[in-house]
Design a protein around this ligand. Structure first.
Ligand code: NAD
Ligand code: UDX
Length: 480
């Protein structure tokens, strides 16, 4: 029986290994982590992450050929294939701070592998890493090996949160990079056989190590670039009376462009896009490619602009002040069908409104109050460094309310901001919401989720990203 061990039981390690175990009953999969609470949650009825379809698979495999454990060294030493799926956040201090990937967790995992391994291993980079990381890992392993041989493979993960299981069951492609040596090719073949249990062979792409590493950063940069492009257009739509939904529909009909990933929004969030683009920018700068670096940096700038623009629109529409006004925030997660809040645009929007002295009432079906309070206390990039938590100011504590019901969140509010496209927001009783709000009642839709005309008919003043502006909003000062 082939034994797989995955270091890192997070958003990638957990679902990916659950699917491998589910699809390959002849493989024993151990997912290990140093975070005791996380492993305890994986072994409980309350999994540590919310992902549609995940619970079912875990329940079917757990205890049979899928194990979650904190005995990291034991499982690593027993495994034939070791996936490393630890976090690779943006560095918050030192050389490259604010851009470069922090490989501390990766390096410590590699050193531990070298320490405990007694037989030859295939080590698979599952985390997203800077191009050429495999070379560094190889050096650490080789210089510390006690006669053990290692093959390093790059096998980046392309799943998106909220659709992780669907993406893993039916991936557009699986990418495996390895050395062009007989042993390297043998290792690629071994990993290919695992995926070939359920992925059609023509969707398993094999490349050299550096292409695989770089393709992951490139894919995320291309995806984020599309969102920033349509978001940049949304600003122009608002200025001209064009409708961004109509524009992206027309643009996406060109088969060379395609319709996906063209939804204008309050900005992209999530743990990957910003981090990976900043990392790409840093790599370009290190290679003396300033023009290329500034091209990709602009994708982040437009994203920050979009979030600021949204906050400015809220404040300027409401007579240029939200001081003391209750504003309901509907949705805090960075997208629907996940409880993940890493880099969610809601953080910037809430901080912007709190900065203008608004009183917020926040509702999200999957995010806890504790998480929201933590997120609003953290500095940029600090979600992976909880020790840097700043105490929340007493004013912010007083002005922040987290509730478990949309109607309570919106009761007595002057405005509501819709920041995550949860399906349940499509069927809200907006008449009831309107009746219980202060007048004029404002809706600011950051996800193009509501039916603008219906809401205007009820009496709301509605702003929806990139849509023709309400007469009211046109009369308000321009938003930069
Ligand atoms: P995560 O923070 O959810 O999980 C990482 C886990 O690794 C944590 O539980 C942490 O405790 C554990 N860990 C860290 N160092 C360890 C060590 N030395 N030994 C054992 N466990 C250790 O992160 P994630 O979202 O799963 O992302 C992991 C990697 O995958 C990142 O490089 C990320 O860029 C990449 N990725 C993420 C996604 C996504 O949607 N989240 C998608 C594709 C790729
Ligand atoms: C992304 C990549 O899609 C995935 O391939 C990679 O493995 C990890 O990073 P994820 O961040 O989980 O996945 O979700 P994704 O669906 O890409 O959404 C990212 C952000 O972009 C979200 O905030 C989402 O709301 C936003 N988005 C997405 C838009 O604003 N408009 C769109 O058209 C699509």
């Amino acid at each position: 029986m082939v034994k797989i061990c995955c270091i890192g039981a997070g958003y990638v390690g957990g679902p990916t290994m659950a699917v491998i175990a589910f699809k390959c009953p002849a493989i024993e999969v151990a997912v290990v982590d140093i975070a005791f609470a996380r492993i305890a949650a994986w072994n409980s009825d309350q999994l540590p992450i919310y992902e549609p379809g995940l619970e079912d698979i875990v329940k079917q495999c757990r205890g049979k050929n899928l194990f979650f454990s904190t005995e990291v060294e034991k499982h690593v030493s027993e495994a034939d294939i070791i996936f490393v799926s630890v976090n690779t956040p943006t560095k918050t201090r030192g050389l490259g701070a604010g851009k470069a990937a922090d490989l501390t967790y990766w390096e410590s995992a590699a050193r531990m592998i070298a320490d405990v391994s007694k037989n030859d291993k295939i080590v698979v980079e599952k985390s997203t890493v800077p191009v050429k990381t495999a070379e560094a890992i190889e050096k650490i392993l080789m210089h510390n090996s006690k006669g053990v041989k290692y093959q390093i493979l790059s096998n980046p993960e392309f799943l998106a949160e909220g659709t992780a299981i669907e993406d893993l069951f039916n991936p557009d492609r699986v990418l495996i990079g390895g050395r062009d040596t007989p042993d390297g090719q043998k290792a690629i073949q071994a990993l290919k056989e695992v995926y070939a249990q359920w992925v059609p062979k023509d969707r398993i792409i094999c490349t050299n190590l550096w292409s695989a590493e770089l393709s992951k950063l490139a894919a995320n940069a291309f995806l984020a670039q599309r969102i920033s492009s349509v978001n940049a257009m949304s600003a122009l739509c608002e200025a001209t009376g064009a409708d961004v939904t109509q524009v992206s529909h027309a643009v996406g009909k060109d088969t060379r462009i395609g319709p996906k990933f063209l939804n204008a929004s309050v900005g992209f969030g999530g743990s990957c896009f910003q981090k990976d683009i900043l990392n790409l920018v840093y790599i370009c700068e290190c290679n003396g490619l300033q023009e290329v670096a500034s091209y990709w940096k602009q994708v982040i700038r437009v994203n920050d602009y979009q979030k600021n623009r949204f906050v400015n629109r809220v404040v300027s529409s409401m007579f240029n002040t939200v001081s003391g006004k209750k504003i309901a925030i509907l949705g805090f997660a960075f997208k629907k069908d996940t409880g993940d809040t890493r880099e969610t645009p809601a953080i910037d929007v809430c901080k912007g409104l709190l900065g203008d002295n608004a009183h917020l009432s926040i509702y999200d079906p999957q995010v806890t109050e504790d998480q929201i309070r933590k997120d609003l206390s953290m500095n940029k990039f600090d979600w992976d460094n909880p020790i840097h938590l700043q105490p929340m100011s007493p004013t912010v504590i007083k002005h922040l309310n987290v509730v478990w019901d949309v109607y309570e969140a919106t009761k007595g509010a002057h405005g509501l901001c819709l920041l995550t496209e949860w399906d349940e927001f499509k069927t809200l009783n907006f008449k009831r919401i309107y009746d219980n709000m202060e007048k004029p009642a404002f809706v600011f839709d950051g996800r193009n989720t509501v039916n603008v005309q219906k809401l205007r008919d009820i009496g709301f003043i509605v702003y929806s990203i990139g849509k023709p502006l309400d007469g009211w909003l046109k009369d308000m000062p321009a938003v930069a």
